[in-house]
Design a protein around this ligand. Structure first.
Ligand code: EPZ
Length: 411
């Protein structure tokens, strides 16, 4: 399956749905209780479907009704089946909760992917600090032991490691102090759901959190937060294709770093839960942009910016500091469209051009979305292959963009 993209002008409103990276973290936390946890606004995307298959294979009862997902019951196995765990990296997010509740887990390591090696040393050293025994095997890890409260500083504010350690600390004997934790909106949402489940967390949203372990956590009903990367994708599509688009059901404050880059070039109007963008001409260059942990410019929006820079009327320098292999592939694909992107190490220097259509190949989820954005700006047709990557994190991307005027077909 591929997308055929031939431009078009965007006009109208597009609602955003629940965030993949929030839903996966919350689903990992459901292991902490046998009570029912209900997630509203849970996106129906392949990563979430696969995470539910993984939880079900380990014993959880799961069902979905529309955007509502329910997970309940005990695990009957703490061995994560490779056929499911290997389907998504998010499977690693059952590590902390399973160790905390069942004091053991055997987890196939998801390994690297197109964007980088993605090791799990911070996750595992954090669990060891809690007294968990970790055995490393070539492609899996085995953890055992009853975690106890501890003080641990993350060497880097890893999103996934923070999420695993928050879950592990919530259901243990004793108090833990975690410092240099990630504060991405998806992490804060997890902290809030854990509190709703009965966890005792001080410093929600701060870089240092104190977690007083409890003996039991109960069920909760929780809304998955809007997907800030999907919102940015829609906004970037409007800039590339030109038009007047209002993105609704989003959290503008989660998009600040991206909106600040667009505001000098387009009319951006911010509402409490929506952003309206009017783009009638090519933007100028975006200057020097560095990816960094929240609230700075997110790595997951980097491929969107790379594509907007490639079709801008000016120069942009993008430094990718989170993942070591998240620039080169899309730089080469954009080059097929006439783009001038020079990559040296983790820095791309982009001199904007008018792009023409080409045959493009997505290598990862966010990179694929970036190629769709570039294709919307290009003169002539483009074919975007590898949309199974895109469908990991986007619901009906082509249909949604077509609903507001994009000329994009699924073939
Ligand atoms: C989460 O990945 C997201 N995934 C990623 O989104 C996102 O790009 C990333 O956070 C950064 O914001 C989910 O939430 C499911 P990290 P995660 O641990 O947790 C290094 C998408 O497309 N690191 O914050 O894996 C790591 O190699 C995905 O939705 C270690 O060295 O990201 C990377 O360089 C892509 N050791 C940096 O930290 C560790 O133990 C950031 O990784 C853990 C991470």
């Amino acid at each position: 399956m591929e997308y055929i993209v031939s431009g078009g002008r965007l006009q109208g409103e597009l609602p955003v749905y629940g965030a993949k990276n929030c839903a996966l973290a919350l689903l990992g936390a459901t292991v902490l209780t046998e009570d029912e946890v209900i997630l509203n606004n849970c996106p129906d995307i392949s990563d979430v479907r696969n995470m539910l298959l993984l939880l079900q294979a380990m014993g959880k009862k799961v069902w979905r009704c529309g955007d509502r997902v329910s997970v309940a019951g005990e695990l009957h196995s703490t061995c994560a089946p490779r056929r499911y765990a290997a389907l998504l990296r998010g499977s690693a997010l059952i590590l902390g909760s399973t160790v905390a509740k069942y004091h053991k887990i055997a987890l196939p390591l998801p390994g690297g992917c197109a964007i980088g090696a993605r090791p799990m040393d911070i996750h595992l050293s954090g669990l060891e600090a809690l007294g968990v025994k970790v055995l490393h095997f070539p492609d899996m890890v085995s953890c055992s032991g009853r975690p106890k409260g501890a003080v641990f500083k993350l060497r880097f504010a890893s999103v996934g490691a923070t999420e695993n350690l928050l879950c592990a600390c919530s259901l243990v004997e004793g108090t833990s102090v975690l410092s240099n934790v990630a504060i991405e909106p998806e992490v804060v949402a997890l902290e809030r759901m854990l509190v709703d489940m009965g966890a005792r967390i001080e410093g929600v949203g701060d870089r240092t959190v104190t977690v007083k372990g409890v003996r039991k956590l109960h069920g909760a009903i929780f809304d998955v937060i809007p997907d800030r990367i999907v919102a940015a994708t829609y906004l970037a599509s409007a800039v590339a294709a030109k038009g007047d688009l209002t993105v609704t059901n989003c959290c503008p404050q989660h998009l600040q770093a991206f909106l600040q880059l667009l505001q000098p070039h387009c009319s951006v109007k911010i509402y409490p839960d929506a952003v309206r963008i009017v783009a009638e001409k090519r933007t100028g260059g975006f200057g020097k942009v560095q990816t960094a942990p929240y609230p700075l410019f997110p790595t997951d929006m980097q491929s969107l910016l790379l594509s907007l820079a490639a079709c801008a009327d000016g120069t942009t320098v993008i430094e990718e500091n989170l993942f070591e292999n998240r620039l080169a592939h899309n730089a080469a694909e954009l080059g097929k469209m006439g783009a001038d992107v020079q990559v040296s190490g983790n820095v791309a220097t982009v001199s904007g051009r008018n792009l023409h259509g080409a045959e493009l190949f997505a290598a990862d989820l966010r990179g694929g979305a970036g190629l769709v954005v570039a294709a919307l700006s290009a003169e002539g047709d483009s074919v975007v292959h590898g949309i199974e990557h895109i469908e990991r994190g986007y619901m009906d991307l082509a249909q949604n963009l077509r609903n507001v005027g994009a000329k994009i077909q699924l073939r």
